[in-house]
Design a protein around this ligand. Structure first.
Ligand SMILES: [Zn+2]
Length: 691
């Protein structure tokens, strides 16, 4: 796989690295790594196919000779590791991004200013292997970090900066719970903002806890903003990577933790890319893919197949390539290197095709930061914990291209954040601000198709229960009543109600919401409330209600559909294809045919992107056939796939296999031009000129 052609025309302007689809290698340097031959490291990174090297500057330990007394110098370093690394990187044409970790400091700083550091209610500092966790509201983060930035960026020609772990933590590296910071700075600042004392426990039963969640969010974003402004003063051309809040580009991290609850979430990489695309509004983004399996085993590597599965989802959803090593290139376990390096070189040769892409998806999945933050206040917090992932899976597994919409961007941009979409799915998005609700309602009235499930819009932006659903477009009166434990229930499917030949029942479990339909609402399916399931002699329907499985209401030129149950969470749990059909058909029947379709068997994610400058269409197919729960092996090639693309020209180029594809004939009645695809291994990217 990964057809290589002659060396591509990858840019060597190191200052603009972040304005194009870069290929980064993040080295997380250990103290002895300061002694490696920097020229050799830069050459290895370049030979790997990367064009950006992430290298330590300082924070916990300086990798340069600092004059700041409380900034500990790496005791292994001889000379100036950072200075040598920058010179070596630039001579190889690599951009160098400097890594700061301001989240901790050594004992030198702690003993001088213990008040800068996290202390819990018992007065204990959060110490780990001789490093001390800094408090967001203390002098290390708020002031000394800026001095470190001024000194290093004033002296060194780095091309970008990255900050590790910006914010609050209440666990140590070993995963042990430490409690929240109760230092004098936190007490004072919280009191200034909310007029009360810090919460005593991290639980919504504490009257200060909801405020504390907002406090952490706001103060961490404010600190990021302060650092961003400082960097722009000290070194205006240096790009700052970030996540939420101020940044020039978005950088996230894809990794596993062995203790995470099963089943495996195979879509982590794609989920982050979709979030970054929605939140970043056009910013370049990547999500660095850890080479290792977990923090405690930083030298046991994932398979190459897993690296490809992550990268394929990232490229398919607008993120670029980023690979994360603990240490430098001389790893003990290099099994993922051949696949990852081939991928990087392939991407270098095809960089032109990945420039300036935007999504061509017509469906969006609603991602809500505030619903995540205040979920613990909602009645569906346990039953619908997996609603979002269930909806994500339903869309991917139905092979529908989709993006995310971010609640924070809807709050800022209003309807502009929604206008690209024909349909939006809100999977138990419980907490909505009034501004969000208004923007969504307006979008529906202009012709949008909205699907909401469960308790969507039952709560305000802080998780307080509302009197009626926030969205006026949702066709119910007041607030539906939660009925728990629907085990043994079904919905009856009348003839032709769903495209499920030979299926007359759809199973229901967990919650059902008894709603009063708004006038004029249509209903879909009827509820068979909990039925007897033993002994067998009694297992026949003894009661059928007229309560619906979905309500469909017109709102202006659009439609809003309410599914008064957690079809999404049930799909996540049970993986029943019929439940997926319920979720997807309700929207598909009301919108135009998807921009791209694939025929043929296989576990495939399908996406479509457009390049504004050329008008080209770039279709990705990601093959999940090598994955079984948390095992990732080489995906068997998928043969005989047929791709239908609306608006494509007659010829395309499969960039991975290196083959041309030609249209079978003119566009069909729905506008699809059909192509036979060469075998698809880990992924394929097919580029078409417009018709
Ligand atoms: Zn504190």
């Amino acid at each position: 796989m990964l057809h290589e052609h002659e060396q591509g025309s990858a840019s060597t302007d190191t200052k603009t690295w972040w304005q194009r689809p870069y290929r980064m290698i993040q080295t997380n340097l250990r103290q002895p790594d300061a002694l490696v031959d920097q020229k050799m490291l830069a050459r290895q990174v370049k030979d790997f196919g990367a064009d950006v090297l992430l290298y330590n500057i300082g924070g916990i330990f300086a990798f340069y000779p600092t004059r700041l007394e409380l900034h500990a110098v790496n005791p292994y370093m001889k000379g100036d590791a950072l200075g040598d690394a920058i010179e070596a990187a630039h001579s190889e044409g690599l951009a160098l991004v400097g890594r700061f970790d301001m989240s901790k400091a050594t004992r030198i700083a702690y003993e001088a200013h213990p008040d800068w550091f996290v202390h819990n209610a018992r007065g204990e500092s959060l110490e780990y292997n001789g490093t001390y966790q800094a408090c967001v509201n203390g002098g290390w983060y708020q002031d000394y970090a800026l001095q470190i930035i001024s000194e290093s960026l004033g002296k060194y020609d780095v091309d970008g900066v990255f900050f590790n772990m910006f914010g609050y933590t209440n666990f140590n590296y070993s995963g042990e719970y430490f409690g929240t910071c109760a230092c004098a700075n936190c007490q004072r600042r919280f009191h200034d903002m909310y007029g009360k004392a810090l919460p005593l426990k991290e639980d919504f039963s504490d009257p200060s806890y909801a405020d504390y969640l907002e406090f952490k969010d706001r103060t961490a974003l404010e600190l990021r903003s302060k650092v961003y402004k400082h960097i722009k003063q000290v070194a205006p051309k240096v790009a700052m990577t970030g996540y939420r809040g101020d940044s020039d580009l978005i950088r996230m991290e894809t990794q596993r933790a062995l203790e995470r609850p099963q089943p495996e979430w195979a879509y982590q990489a794609g989920e982050q890319a979709r979030w970054g695309r929605a939140y970043g509004r056009g910013k370049t983004m990547s999500s660095t893919s850890a080479n290792f399996i977990d923090y405690a085993w930083r030298f046991t590597s994932e398979t190459g197949a897993y690296q490809l599965a992550r990268a394929a989802q990232q490229l398919a959803n607008g993120a670029t390539l980023d690979f994360y090593l603990l240490g430098v290139m001389d790893q003990d376990d290099r099994k993922a290197f051949p696949d990852t390096s081939r991928l990087f070189k392939w991407h270098r040769d095809n960089e032109q095709s990945y420039k300036g892409l935007s999504s061509g998806a017509k469906i969006a999945l609603y991602s809500s930061h505030k619903s995540g933050m205040y979920r613990g206040r909602t009645a569906s917090r346990t039953t619908a914990a997996d609603a979002f992932r269930g909806a994500y899976r339903a869309l991917v597994e139905a092979r529908l291209p989709f993006d995310f919409v971010s609640d924070e961007i809807v709050d800022e941009d209003g309807i502009k954040a929604l206008e690209a979409y024909e349909a939006i799915v809100m999977p138990n998005i419980t907490c909505l601000s009034d501004a969000e609700a208004k923007a969504i309602d307006t979008w529906v009235s202009k012709g949008g198709v909205l699907l909401v499930t469960g308790e969507t819009g039952f709560y305000d932006a802080r998780g307080n229960r509302r009197e009626r659903v926030a969205l006026a477009s949702v066709p119910v009166e007041g607030l539906p009543m939660q009925r728990k434990n629907m085990k043994g229930s079904y919905f009856r499917i009348a003839d032709g109600e769903l495209p499920l030949p030979g299926v007359g029942l759809l199973m229901l479990d967990e919650d059902y919401y008894v709603a009063t339909p708004a006038s004029g609402a249509e209903t879909v399916l009827t509820l068979l409330p909990p039925q007897r399931f033993g002994p067998p002699e009694l297992c026949f329907p003894d009661f059928e209600s007229t309560l619906p499985g979905a309500l469909v209401g017109a709102h202006g030129k659009g439609k809003a559909i309410y599914a008064p149950w957690h079809a999404d969470a049930l799909y996540y749990r049970d993986s029943l294809p019929d439940t997926r059909v319920f979720l997807t058909d309700l929207i598909l029947r009301h919108i135009a045919p998807a921009p791209v379709k694939v025929k043929g068997r296989g576990s495939i994610e399908l996406t479509i992107q457009r390049q504004q400058a050329s008008g080209n269409i770039l279709v990705h197919l990601v093959n999940f056939g090598g994955q079984r729960n948390n095992l990732y092996e080489d995906a068997p090639a998928l043969h005989g796939l047929r791709l239908g693309v609306r608006g494509a020209g007659a010829n395309g180029r499969a960039l991975v296999s290196g083959q041309s594809v030609a249209a079978e004939g003119p566009a069909d009645s729905e506008g699809y031009v059909w192509f036979d695809l060469p075998p698809v291994e880990a992924f394929e990217a097919v580029e078409f000129a417009p018709a």
